[in-house]
Design a protein. Sequence first.
Length: 344
Amino acid sequence: MKEIQPSDKRLQYMGRIDFTEPDAPVFYWAGSLVQFAFSGSTLFLEIENRRIYNGLQLGFLIDGQEHQLALSEESGVPQVYEIPVSGDGMHKFILFKRQDSTHSFVLRRILLDEGADLGTLPPLPALKLECYGDSVTAGSVVEAVACVASNDPPVYDSKYDNAWHSYAMQTARLLGAQVHLTAQGGIALFDNTGYFDNGKYGMETAYDKLAYFPGDAMTQWDFSRYVPDFVTFAIGQNDQHFDGKDQTLSPQQREHWLETYCGILSELMQKYPDATFILLLTVLMHDPFWETLLDDACDRMNSPRVKRFRFTRTGAATPGHPRIPEQCEMACELTEFIQSLRQA
């Protein structure tokens, strides 16, 4: 078989991916992907999965059709997986990370028919988005479509998670844009709040990280590698949970939250000097207190580059995670808003 190395320049990547070893890129964040065109009727991928918890599947599209690839739960051992290919000729393939911190994985090799080769894809879109957020932005539980507008299934083991159908990735496709998801289920702004790693880590720790998983050595992200045109910042859904229970912020806690939130935005604005920032929360139900807090954050930033956006059903659509139709609703509204900003 013909062996293709992950460093081949004909491969296209999106997301915060670790290229410390160019022929062993590590995928951490939900929605991170690699895509390529190839000829022939055979495709194998050598992948090293690094399981943390739950059952694990990667997502892939081949010639526009979406599928799942079940991964071995044997952590740290490279495995070769066959991708079904229909017919000969040229094909387009996209491999993406469906889930957030349930696992990371390493792409080791791509194997094609002897005599086959990679093709050349059009360049990646010039327009770039970056979407910070929690489980909704990461696409958690989106495939539980029998539970639209209702609570999550009692047991789902991450099998319903699919970042491809998050509003963030849908918006990028509608706009014809690249996208990075800097999103993790359960995360809040502060460490020791929210639910990520039992509340240990917040966005204040994760926002500038490449490797961000608990138990791993965290590594810094090089912001110069990807400079977006639009940044959405959807944090506040999980922030009422601290000290083991849901509670209201005191005036002092509220002020501290605003200072930290605006401080992160200010740092990102310096790193992305031409980007527009959009402050929002999602249609997952939440206390209107947090919408008012984002209004205040926008006012405090006092910049034409910082915009406040509310979905039509912000905080009111569903007690459980938004499913694919609800994520689509958000994507359509956010796309329309970003288009209006581009035309202004």
